[in-house]
Design a protein around this ligand. Sequence first.
Ligand code: IMP
Length: 458
Amino acid sequence: MIFVNKTRLNSISVVGGAFGDEGKGKVVDEICHTLVKRFDKVIVYRWNGGSNAGHTVEIQNKKFVLHQIPSGALIEGATCILGKGMVIHPGDLVSELATIQDNSDIKTDIVIDEMTALALDTHRAFESSLKKKEEGGAGSTGRGIAPAYADIIYRHPLRMRDLLDKSWKEKFEKHYLLYKSLIWGLGNNLGKMQVNSLSGGTLEVGDKTKFIKKISEQRNQIGKYIKNIYDLVKENWNSKVPFVFEGAQGVGLDLRWGVYPDVTASDPTPSGIFASTEGIVNPEAIEIRANVYKATYTSSVGKRVLPTKMDEKLAARIREDANEYGATTKRPRDVYHIDLPALSYFAKVSLATHLVLTHLDISYPDTPIKVCTHYANKRGKQIDYRPDQEFLHGVVPMYESFKPWDGGKIKNSTNLNDLSSSAKEYIKFLFQSLNLLPLMLTTGPKRESVINSNYLLF
Ligand code: IMP
């Protein structure tokens, strides 16, 4: 990557530092809120993933779970860009827009890059056929993410601008027939298949006529948001308007840095911003590159087994208190002790400069916080994290224990002085071990449950 020694002021990226579900939605919401108060406007740019993400924000006791629309959409004054690096399901987008419009007075300003690839019911059906046939689709959220990205590699993606094309119908019919054949080869009938929908239930894909009818309705509803956004991004990036880059998933789910099969197809690291903006935004020029971690434990879904297994009784307690169930799939998440070798590896490969710690309210006065500070091999020699499940099965985690605090007492706290000395000591230890600068701490799911957002350097 090109080294730049000048950063672009008022720019920040927010990346999941572990396996997704770290609480990024709330963090982005809070940062945007602060920036809009100060600058009247903010651009929120999402560069990866699609309906596989689930970003939860609680505002005035209303809970919003956003999947494809950036969390900034809940803030007046934010322009939300759905970037080229995403894969978007138009039907889910229509439902998400309706949820925001029905539940808030916020006028969302949304722009979709015309180059963004589509993830359709055909991709979902293909993914689930593959899953039945072999391990290919294993571990996915069932949102057709990998097949949609694979379309780009196979050089036949449907992009947002195809929805607006004069010959859109022919293009989508051709796409349907291609997937019908692929799925037939895997032993299924596309038209009769049930695929996941945003509501949590399933829907029949239907025959070609029904598929085209659905697309026709969706293009009527989202067509107005689809634009050539190159100049918009370039002009704003070259101005002083604040930019927030909202990542989805987490570095530990990256194809290169995570472990199979629990990896996603998009680039969750800031290097994805470079490609998504067609080279306009060099991520090394972003002033603050923040990785978000849960403060006292790590959660994970799927087949991945981390070395830092936790006693199931404590894991169950945390799962209930912190509602550790997938925002998109509702799957119960596995709960592990903090794994510093993995987290510092993820910080390194994602070029992080700053750290956000969430869920500080999850600490019990009767239970010391166990942190894996390094791995050793069977002979006791210190070894690094490597992105390979076989390798991780063989490492021996070495722990240090930290004095806990009463998480209940600081739930929703906004004041650093509310933290006990043991909490402060622990937090300092994490910042130092990960070699990252502090940006923000969060103490609960509500928008206002944030300490130290004034760490923001703007
Ligand atoms: P896919 O992105 O649907 O292909 O799923 C690939 C892997 O990434 C699976 O292990 C998913 O559980 C995981 N995954 C995808 N998106 C998220 C997310 O936003 N949070 C947590 N895990 C995710």
